[in-house]
Write a new protein. Structure first.
Length: 327
């Protein structure tokens, strides 16, 4: 039998928040005796600044921006960039490219990258533009030198971690809080969350799962105890053209935003980074293939799909088992 979570080493709950990575962050934590709030805030900010310094393509001097602009050659990577790139490439292999960290050129082309959104008066990208962006993209063309922890820049390839960086930041902040003695906390960045431990009243960190706008389904509530949750939704960072919604999640196999009817995917996983990545992968894969992937890899996932009869819900066996455990 699993032991219940240990009672936190304090009774004070602090609520902290701020802005980062083009979105907001918030932290709720049980503060142990003797810990100064200023020290916690400084540690969180240092983690967030470090993530931006490596992964933000909007920061011209970030490591990823330098790699994306680099001439052809083998480039040594920092431990942080290497670990996330390596994890992304492993997921690309597991999902047949549904996770692909090399789609920066396509992200820019569709108006979701540093160049900014496409003007409303501009037509959609042409077949030639999409083909040109695909020509410098694709995880199978990225060579890694594992012993040297380096990656080959073939020329023009642009890394993009928009489907995984926030989750990585959540994990990093959570690990820092644990190291500071905060063994009970909830970290949230841009909707991706990880809860550790329980509150002083032994209750979990309760959070609400956001349904797609207009979906006639009840709002779900989950208790996060040593687990993370991430949701990929087609209404977040999207634009409309001629009445058609184009979400920011791109399929590297077609060079286009996903158009498979998936409205949202919610994934629970011990790692916020992997929850983030798997939510993206299952969205790209579509309702049937996504469910098969979740089943094959033991991923706890809820997949909501838009149909002519409204939004339908399917749950992976691991997700259904979590509901059974809570019953």
């Amino acid at each position: 039998m699993d032991r219940p979570p240990a009672r936190p080493n304090g009774d004070r709950i602090w609520s902290l928040d701020g802005d980062t990575m083009g979105t907001t962050w918030s932290v709720r934590l049980v503060a142990p005796s003797g810990l100064e709030q200023a020290a916690v805030e400084a540690a969180i900010q240092a983690d967030l600044d470090a993530v931006i310094a490596v992964f933000s393509p909007w920061a011209h001097d970030s490591e990823i921006a330098r790699f994306n602009a680099a001439p052809p050659g083998m480039w040594a990577l920092s431990p942080a960039l290497w670990s996330v790139l390596d994890a992304s490439m492993n997921l690309a292999d597991d999902t047949d490219g549904a996770v692909d960290p090399t789609l920066g050129a396509l992200v820019d082309l569709w108006g979701f990258g540093p160049p900014g959104p496409r003007p409303d008066t501009d037509p959609l990208p042409s077949e030639a533009e999409i083909a040109a962006a695909l020509a410098v993209s694709g995880w199978q063309g990225l060579r890694l030198h594992r012993d040297a922890r380096a990656a080959m820049q073939p020329g023009g390839l642009k890394l993009d971690f928009s489907g995984i960086a926030k989750g990585h930041a959540v994990d990093r902040v959570s690990d820092t809080l644990t190291a500071l003695g905060c063994n009970s906390h909830l970290v949230e960045i841009g909707g991706e969350m990880r809860g550790t431990g329980v509150k002083p009243d032994s209750q979990p960190w309760w959070i609400g799962l956001e349904p797609p706008p207009g979906a006639m389904i009840p709002r779900s509530v989950a208790g996060l105890v040593d687990i993370a949750v991430a949701t990929s939704g087609d209404w977040r960072r999207a634009f409309q053209f001629d009445g058609i919604l184009y979400p920011h999640t791109l399929d590297g196999r077609t060079g286009r935003p996903v158009a498979n009817g998936v409205a949202s995917v919610t994934v629970f996983h011990p790692s916020a980074m992997l929850a983030d990545a798997w939510a993206t992968a299952l969205t790209v894969s579509g309702p049937e293939q996504g469910l098969a992937l979740a089943r094959a890899h033991g991923i706890a996932a809820q997949i909501l799909t838009r149909t002519s009869e409204g939004v339908t819900e399917v749950l992976s066996p691991a997700f259904a088992a979590m509901l059974d455990d809570d019953a």
